[in-house]
Design a protein around this ligand. Sequence first.
Ligand SMILES: Cc1ncc(COP(=O)(O)O)c(C=O)c1O
Length: 477
Amino acid sequence: MTSLPGSQEATAAWELLLPAAAAPARARGRALQSALREAVRTGRLPPRTRLPSSRDLARDLGVSRGLVTEAYEQLTAEGYLRSGRGAGTWVSDAVRAAAPPVRDLSPRRAADSRVDFVAGRPDLSLFPRAAWSAAQRAVLAELPHEELGYPDPRGLPRLRTALAELLTRRRGVVADPERIVVCSGVTQAVTLLGFVLHARGEHTVGVEDPGSPQYEALFATAGPRVARLPLDDEGLALDPLRASGVRAVVTTPGHHFPSGIAYSARRRARLLAWARETDGLIVEDDYDGDFRYDRAPVGALQGLDPDHVAYTGSVSKSLVPGLRLGWLVVPGHLADKVVARKQYMDLGNPSLDQAVLARFIERGDHDRQLRRCQRAYKERRDALLRALDEHLPGTRVSGIAAGLHAIATLPECHGPEDRLLARCAAAGVTVRPLGAYGSAGGGGVSLVLGYAHLSPARIREGVRLLADAARSTAPGR
Ligand SMILES: Cc1ncc(COP(=O)(O)O)c(C=O)c1O
């Protein structure tokens, strides 16, 4: 194939078409078209590349000339190719090669990883299929036709009422149904707030460091940059917060992600005082607020000052993340703007799923599900603690009072972190260091160990593999 002046050379791209030419006769025409389309899409045939005449290409590929003419005509009609009288056929300028695949940022995972201590994943097999399916059947039978139109962008009134009751009762949230916006998880709640804050001139939003890596990307889509703000033993440190000049900050005060500490009462009060003084906004991500093992859950910060705290949570931990259902309880002065954003973004969440969740909550199924998960996850947490005690004595474990993960700080004698992670991957156990989530405190190797999705037997196996890997990295080995 030759190129028009100024175009790049296409290197024997017709070789890409040979497999298509070898396709069974009936499928050969379509195969040729797909292969040619793919060669253009992926950039193997760059824009302005001149294609051989149909006669030459048919001869090179050993197919009939009619098939090639047909392929050229079809792709010309679709806009991939262009042709001109006497000028032949060439690749259209309008085509842009598809972007290369997104780089996989997940941690090094052994191909045959037997145990993955990924944090924040609930046990998907605990999804209450029977109760959910009963609620689905009932909703399909009873939902009036008019509720199948575009929903209220804030969410179905029935679901907002059920959520208001649930959040007030379980989390101490001041939850007026008029201020609740049903959304696609905490992820969308944070994104919506990002857009609204940016529109009112907040170009930077504070996030916890260490913290959830996803906020930075979410805010990048919405506009604001992020300022990483350090924590101390009691929660977000106030001096760096003040010095940063931000007027909005995302926090996980009930169970900081990933360290697992609960903000102290004193720090909660000082944070609220900061918000009042600066007329700022605290975004409270209550991502796993339902799971507390040693005493009743710490009530939501939002309950203390609903005008300065936007509260968000979802069913991603209590049911499954695949439902993509969550909520945002938004201060009155931001409510209209958030709802308008939500409306432009997707016209609201699917009505049927919302109605099913409403019924699921109303009939007590959600409370039952929480009790069931709470029992299972406490048992797994205890299995993790026992296994660490047995196989890695001297390990300091923190953040265990709540949530779905714990932090294990291995004794100093266990060698460098890099080597440990590589040995773990080779042994078939996937672990992530605390440092992967931002600045980590010094002193030993700290690992974030998610346990909720693993059976006690898998947890024991994983800790045993981790202990073997740790021993093999010890100085002198
Ligand atoms: C701290 C934190 N917040 C929010 C989320 C996302 O939650 P959702 O599925 O509700 O969007 C996660 C995900 O695991 C998380 O770890």
